[in-house]
Design a protein around this ligand. Structure first.
Ligand code: PGA
Length: 313
């Protein structure tokens, strides 16, 4: 793996290209050539999580020997439902997911809003794990409005998303606070989706790597082990904007983050840790992104909510 310095590659990074958000049924036809073969009589929903990520005749590129903790080197797809949904819409989504055929070698995790965690846990197939979208920094108690790791575990959550850009830049959480949350969650047996990513102005100023590495350092300084951590690179300019990073833009950062792990944590952690991409991933762009060597999965927001997205007519 080539050494990467923040200045050399940062200067080569280009600014994002706008792409038209295209959440529509037309995805299905664009992907017809990529479908896995399945019975024509079987009209159960085929989820974005599985079939779109695989080319029909050949499996996805072999992961570079990535073996994540618990012996899983699987491609990882997280659906971040954010602050969306109602009891009814979530019930429909869960029902679609339950009848979907998921590939065995893809880890699928969904992150419903807190208030629906119980509903989802009680109705969703065990095949899909559940994540929270945030957790408190320590043991629960007199912290109005917060949700503790212990409560999340009690509800059946296995994962938590921490450091999401909406929490960093809208709510104002800083690197150290996020690092401490990650350490506490891991200490209690909750796995962490650790998000990093630069703002548009930071990318334009050539600071993409500096920002991502600083955010990585805050996690590294706090967590005793990376065994239960998935890193999500989510450029802020790509989140919810329809401006997806090109596969090359994403790959450049992913390989740099992996190289950072190698230099600052260990070669073993660098090779084992899954680094997933998030930011306007949808049915039109996911398969090209998934082909990139260092993209080990996705964190999907808007597209993970669309019922039609799971269904191929
Ligand atoms: P998006 O969100 O897919 O809607 O861009 C991704 C995320 O915020 O995790």
């Amino acid at each position: 793996m080539a050494a990467v310095t923040s200045t050399s590659l940062a200067s080569q990074l280009s600014t994002p290209k706008a792409t038209t958000p295209s959440y529509s049924y037309s995805h299905a036809t664009q992907f017809s050539g990529l479908r896995r073969s399945f019975s024509n009589l079987d009209h159960s929903p085929q989820p974005f999580f599985s079939s779109n990520l695989r080319i029909s005749s050949s499996p996805r590129k072999p992961c570079r020997g990535i073996v994540a903790m618990a012996g899983s080197g699987k491609f990882f797809v997280g659906g971040n439902w954010k602050c969306n949904g109602t009891k009814d819409s979530i019930s429909k989504l869960v029902s679609d997911l339950n009848s979907a055929k998921l590939e065995a070698d893809v880890d699928v995790v969904v992150a419903p809003p807190f208030v629906y965690l119980d509903q989802v846990k009680n109705s969703l197939t065990d095949r899909i794990e559940i994540s929270a979208q945030n957790s408190w920094i320590g043991k629960g108690g007199a912290f109005t409005g917060e949700i503790s790791v212990e409560q999340l575990k009690d509800t059946g959550c296995n994962w938590v998303i921490l450091g999401h850009s909406e929490r960093r830049h809208v709510i104002g959480e800083d690197d150290q606070f996020i690092g401490k949350k990650a350490a506490y969650a891991l200490s209690q047996g909750l796995k962490v989706i650790a998000c990093i990513g630069e703002l548009l102005q930071e990318r334009e100023a050539g600071k993409t790597f500096d920002v991502c590495f600083q955010q990585m350092k805050a996690f590294a300084d706090a967590v005793p082990s990376w065994d239960d951590v998935v890193v999500a690179y989510e450029p802020v300019w790509a989140i919810g904007t329809g401006k997806v990073a090109t596969p090359q833009q994403a790959q450049e950062v992913h390989i740099a983050v992996r190289d950072w792990l190698k230099k600052n944590v260990s070669a073993e952690v660098a090779s084992k840790t899954r680094i997933i991409y998030g930011g306007s991933v949808n049915g039109s762009n996911c398969s090209e992104l998934a082909k990139q060597e260092d993209i080990d999965g996705f964190l999907v927001g808007g597209a993970s909510l669309k019922v039609y997205f799971y269904c191929w007519a």
